[in-house]
Design a protein around this ligand. Sequence first.
Ligand SMILES: NC(=O)C1=CN([C@@H]2O[C@H](COP(=O)(O)OP(=O)(O)OC[C@H]3O[C@@H](n4cnc5c(N)ncnc54)[C@H](OP(=O)(O)O)[C@@H]3O)[C@@H](O)[C@H]2O)C=CC1
Ligand SMILES: CC(C)(CO)C(=O)C(=O)O
Length: 347
Amino acid sequence: MSNRYVVIGAGAVGALLAAQLELSGQAVVLVARGDNLAAVAEHGVRVRRPRSTEQVRVPVVAGPEQLRLTHQDVLVLATKTQDAEEALTRWAWLPVSDEDGLPTLLGADLPVLTFQNGLATEDLALRRFRRVYGVSIGVAASHLTPGEVVSPSYPIIGVAWLGRYPANDRPQGRFGRRDVEAEQYAHDLRAAGYDVDLVDDIQAYKARKLLVNLANGLGVLLGTDDERERARELLVAEARAVFAAAGVEVATASPGHLVVEPVPGHVAGHLSTWQSFARGASSEVDHLNGEIVRLGRRHGVPTPVNERLQRLLGAQAAAGLPPGVNTIDDVLADETSTPRPLTRLEA
Ligand SMILES: NC(=O)C1=CN([C@@H]2O[C@H](COP(=O)(O)OP(=O)(O)OC[C@H]3O[C@@H](n4cnc5c(N)ncnc54)[C@H](OP(=O)(O)O)[C@@H]3O)[C@@H](O)[C@H]2O)C=CC1
Ligand SMILES: CC(C)(CO)C(=O)C(=O)O
């Protein structure tokens, strides 16, 4: 029997994925909350593309209490990293019914696909779930309005790398070292419009992606292109030094290619971190630049530029301030300054 995907988190990645699964005829349930839940329940997910807009009716629930989990379910974690722990806890210990309706498993026995940027979620999942599949995804998706995602790529929606976590946990079964479960997920995601590669060491691919996402936070700041590029180089150089000291492998395979086109009425190029600040939502920076800072502290490698960016955006998020109130020269400044986002807003 085919899988049913329970997509937890109806933002840029999750709502788009749920819509794509639905459009490709696969079983899916979207888990949403707040205004987003109300909008999707009433109108479906509105997907704005370069040459069309679709209103996709997707089954949606507020949480596990509105769903009977079965052995066919695959949990897809599509929250930001800072929300992952709470979501994983909520879904891990629920009864899962077999075909006779008997509760023979728990949520933690189901497979979970973790779509987060950064390096943290797979271990959070592994604490409760045995079958963890990490997914590193590249999409240019945007979610700023309840019930709506903008997807500037079509017909290939996104590129992804998927693999069992940890790498050596692949089941030794009838097909030897082949991971038929991972192959099924890759097959289903491809049918939904994603270009998917199966990989042996998913964390190496997540590390490669993290090198890109370290610059996400710069998009929230004001500055010139030269300053942005200089800061990006410094952030990445620190991360590479930290990865070398910590023994974190970085995948060397060439990155995937995603075609991005203009979507009428949409301002392109705002990454997921910018979207969080624009919506007044919590920020993932502690799990992007903060991951480099954490590893640097553990392994005795200085990471001043990542730390300044983390501090600046941490304070900005805590004060509930939108993009465009701090500047990149605060990140480049050669000092451990205390950010002054309120002063700048007042100025
Ligand atoms: N946006 C992008 O283009 C890309 C994002 N990513 C990564 O994918 C992951 C998801 O990002 P993205 O889609 O942008 O995030 P969003 O913030 O757009 O969406 C996450 C959604 O999850 C919801 N949520 C949080 N906790 C729960 C919960 N317990 N139950 C149900 N819903 C919940 C949030 O609700 P609320 O709004 O109420 O907090 C929000 O609607 C991140 O790790 C990100 O870095 C990777 C590649 C590209
Ligand atoms: C850089 C990008 C757009 C790649 O998918 C991303 O990961 C993000 O917005 O966080």
